[in-house]
Design a protein around this ligand. Structure first.
Ligand code: A2P
Length: 341
């Protein structure tokens, strides 16, 4: 069998490093890797799969050497510039940025939810926004069974989702609280330490943030429910890793709570942690390091005829980005092997 060649673009970033970690864990057979980042870290070495890899600067010629796949985790501008170059040279790009997510011909994939759409790609596949991924893993089986009518998202998002500068703002804030030394913010408009910032990504004319708009539009696209009523409030909280979400949904059909919990328990990628009498529910700290989406606090919304409240927590860097992208590459490899068998 021929080896597949995989480019990791943004290998030095928070998501890129997690991609490397997951690839080491999975140790997929027959893969060769090349690691790319910007000129800032070109020449740096990273230990990966028991070897030292020299990080290469990404440029227009990087994809000349014939790659099968690339996982991009280097932001929207880099993706817009280099993903079309890569795909024109026959490399299938799985992009973690929002650059192509809403383009009609670009599949927006969460493997547990809509892996059948991977085969429709035209060279670029988008990984959804981290907050959307964990939400749709939980909502898809409920939509199939009870038909979603309306969703209200309230997110509590970790700083790792804002990359290394976001992590640094929280670390520096904690240090400054202890040492009383001044520090400069690198990412957020206000200190994230000891604060909740209802401001993720830029503000739009209607007063929503782009993060909130992404959750709304991406959920509709992934669930193939273009008219689904959705509203969202996205909040950055002083948590290092794993996003938590309070999700309130209304259904067209009625449901029995015990049955709904069973549906979640038997759906792919979900772990139910729900025992309020013993204070068991998902936590950011205990979800970190896992690829599953954790659901708890499952209770009827008593203010509507048929609705439920959920508390949904997942590792935003793993399932929300890196492992979702690696899962897509695994599916692409399986498709290629089926085709050439
Ligand atoms: P670099 O480390 O050289 O800046 P994070 O979101 O955690 O800050 O990581 C962003 C990742 O995207 C880093 O690996 C960063 O590389 C990479 N990156 C940023 N700009 C570019 C670019 N123009 N070309 C390639 N990689 C880039």
């Amino acid at each position: 069998m021929k080896p597949y060649k995989l480019a990791i673009v943004g290998a030095t970033g928070v998501v890129g490093r997690c991609v490397l970690h997951i690839l080491e864990e999975k140790n997929l057979p027959n893969l060769e890797y090349v690691l790319f980042a910007s000129h800032r870290s070109a020449g740096q070495t990273l230990s990966f799969m028991g070897k030292e890899y020299v990080v290469q600067e990404l440029n227009e010629n990087s994809f000349d050497e014939g790659f099968d796949f690339a996982i991009f985790s280097a932001g929207g501008d880099t993706a817009k510039k280099f993903a079309p170059i890569a795909s024109a040279k026959g490399c299938i790009v799985v992009d973690n940025s929002s650059a192509f997510r809403m383009e009609k011909e670009v599949p927006l994939i969460v493997p547990e939810v809509n892996s059948e759409e991977i085969a429709n790609h035209k060279g670029i596949i988008s990984n959804p926004n981290c907050s959307t991924i964990q939400a749709v893993v939980a909502l898809k089986p409920l939509d199939e069974k009870y038909h979603l009518k309306r969703i209200i998202y309230s997110t509590y998002q970790a700083v790792s989702g804002a990359g290394s500068k976001g992590l640094s703002d929280l670390e520096e804030g904690i240090t400054s609280f202890v040492t009383k030394k001044e520090y400069s913010l690198q990412k957020f408009p206000y200190p994230i330490f000891n604060n909740c910032l209802p401001h993720i990504d830029v503000f739009l004319e209607n007063g929503y943030t782009k993060e909130e708009e992404k959750m709304i539009n991406e959920t509709r696209k992934i669930l193939k429910r273009p008219d689904l009523k959705i509203t969202a409030t996205a909040v950055r909280v002083p948590v290092f890793n794993s996003h938590s979400e309070a999700i309130t949904v209304e259904f067209e059909k009625d449901f029995h709570l015990e049955e709904l919990v069973e549906v979640l328990k038997h759906s792919p990628g979900i772990i139910v942690q729900d025992d309020f009498q013993h204070a068991i529910y998902p936590l950011a700290s205990t979800s970190t390091g896992y690829d599953e989406v954790f659901c708890g606090r499952i209770r009827r919304d008593e203010s509507v005829a048929s609705g439920v409240n959920l508390w949904v927590v997942a590792d935003n860097i793993r399932k929300g980005a890196a492992s979702n992208a690696v899962q897509i590459v695994e599916k692409l490899i399986a498709l290629d092997q089926d085709r050439t068998r």
